[in-house]
Design a protein around this ligand. Structure first.
Ligand SMILES: O=C(O)CCC(=O)C(=O)O
Ligand SMILES: [Fe+2]
Length: 262
């Protein structure tokens, strides 16, 4: 179970990403389809959408694999979130399935090439020193949060502006549990305008530097792209963000988080 999200200190205007009011943590592990076909790993690269804050990997999953997953996920017992959040919680209107599944998180991390990219990949074509890499990801990277969330947004559904919290967890490893914390959110988009989904962009609102008189920076829009993975920094340095309303079709997302040693 993730700890319940709290509002970001000093930013009362927006809510935190809430745990569902009646959290339905699924226990029966789905019989996840194999990750096939995957693209050649040589086609994958880390690209900054906003330096030090948002990193994307285009085509992490092929459109064939995304389609296979959407068909599979549609048969899971998704639960519609209540429309009326508790005070301080973000309004989130979507259907969700949530499970603690360390094997799936490991499979996603190891098989889809994320591990290799995060631990060894260049960013925007530039190699990183070990220090730069640790600074970027927030420490010694262990893998993905076993807490896996599946979101389906149908027409009219959205995720209102909020911040994502960092959570502490015990990261499962073959040699025992490792005290860990989450540092970046991972969103893997399975649908896009190419699959008939309109709207649903994830929009980030960078803050102007403190005491700056400059106008606030322009929002950064992450448009949906089938198979694109997006990491964004969360916790103390999380940017305000939202999932825009879906205006046509369905938006499907797999959500996890990057974990580092605590
Ligand atoms: O679905 C999206 O675009 C955003 C999801 C999100 O912000 C979250 O899971 O915290
Ligand atoms: Fe979020």
């Amino acid at each position: 179970m993730p700890a319940k999200a709290k509002s970001k200190k000093g930013a009362p205007a927006a809510a935190a990403a809430a745990a569902p009011q009646n959290p339905v943590l699924q226990t029966a592990r789905p019989d996840w389809p194999k990750f096939e076909p995957l693209p050649p790993t040589s086609d994958l690269a880390l690209t900054s959408l906003l330096e030090d804050q948002i990193v994307t990997i285009s085509g992490l999953w092929t459109s064939t694999l995304c389609k296979k997953y959407v068909s599979f996920l549609a048969n899971l017992p998704l639960v519609t979130t209540p429309g009326k959040p508790k005070k301080g919680d973000a309004v989130r209107v979507n259907d969700r399935f949530q499970i603690d599944d360390a094997a799936f998180a490991r499979m996603l991390w190891e098989q889809s090439g994320l591990q290799d990219l995060v631990l060894h990949g260049d960013v925007d074509g530039e190699p990183l020193s070990p220090d730069q890499r640790a600074k970027l990801w927030g420490g010694e990277v262990l893998g993905l949060n076993p807490n896996i969330r599946i979101y389906r947004y149908s027409k009219g559904q959205f995720f209102d502006q909020h911040y994502d919290d960092s959570n502490n967890l015990l990261f499962p490893s073959p040699t025992g549990s490792i005290p860990a914390k989450t540092t970046w959110t991972l969103l893997l988009y399975l649908t896009s305008p190419a699959t008939g989904c309109e709207g649903g962009e994830t929009v980030f609102y960078p803050e102007a530097p403190k005491r700056s008189r400059a106008p606030p920076p322009q929002p950064v829009i992450a448009s949906l792209e089938t198979g694109l993975a997006l990491f964004h920094r969360h916790g103390r340095d999380c940017m305000l963000h939202e999932g825009k309303e879906v205006t046509e079709g369905e938006k499907w997302v797999i959500r996890s988080d990057l974990c580092v040693r605590r």
